[in-house]
Design a protein around this ligand. Structure first.
Ligand code: F6R
Length: 199
């Protein structure tokens, strides 16, 4: 709860100072208390999100956007539907695009055209993955299509009907993420300790 208030207030300050801020969002459990806090502050009239632009980190491939497990659905249910954010300013990688290379290039160009990301919110996996970037010897660059590792499939398949867990996803690359002017990474609980120490 303390992290939610600290991160939430930082984002609110950012948006109040620059109402047309570009924010990068993540899914997963880590940012949910922060999203709840943002909704509470919005309902109390402390901030308006009507001029912000958002880019999400990642999205599954081969999953309809309206599926209950798509990151599009997650973000709308956890945050966007409860704010005054304009739908046309909300951006996701299209995991169902026919030409994923073209789709990734489009996404990176849109981020650049928006002036880059002012604040990027991140979580981190137990094995230190960021977005769907698994730990590796070199950093990835722009957005790309990734084959999910067995450990990621194992961790996330609980949310899906048997056999329905996608095996591919689109994700921003590490260099693209690191171009954000500010990054806030939320990691809570003992399962994240080793990843944070090694990071
Ligand atoms: C989600 C994402 C993932 C999560 C990570 C941690 O958009 O990019 O890398 O941040 O899997 O997930 P939680 O917060 O559920 O522990």
């Amino acid at each position: 709860e303390q992290i939610a208030v600290a991160v939430g207030n930082m984002l609110i300050e950012q948006v109040n100072e620059k109402p047309d801020s570009v924010l990068g969002f993540a899914t997963g459990a880590s940012p949910v208390p922060t999203y709840n806090y943002l909704v509470k502050c919005f309902n109390e009239g402390k901030v308006s999100f009507k001029n912000i632009t958002t880019f999400n980190l990642d999205e599954y491939c081969d999953l309809p956007v309206e599926d209950k497990n798509s990151y599009y659905t997650f973000m709308h249910e956890q945050l966007f539907n409860s704010l005054d954010i304009k739908e046309e300013n909300v951006h996701f990688l299209d995991g169902n695009a026919e030409d994923t290379e073209k789709e990734c290039a489009r996404y990176d160009a849109e981020i650049n055209n928006a002036g880059g990301i002012d604040v990027q919110l991140l979580g981190i996996g137990n094995n230190a993955h960021i977005g769907f970037n698994e730990p590796a010897e070199s950093f990835t660059v722009g957005s790309f299509k990734v084959k999910l590792t067995d450990s990621t499939i194992e961790a996330n398949k609980i949310y899906f009907d048997e056999g329905a867990m996608p095996h591919y996803a689109l994700t921003m690359g590490i260099e693209q993420i690191m171009r954000a002017k500010k990054i806030v990474l939320i990691a809570t609980g003992p399962k994240k300790a080793e990843a944070i120490k090694n990071m």
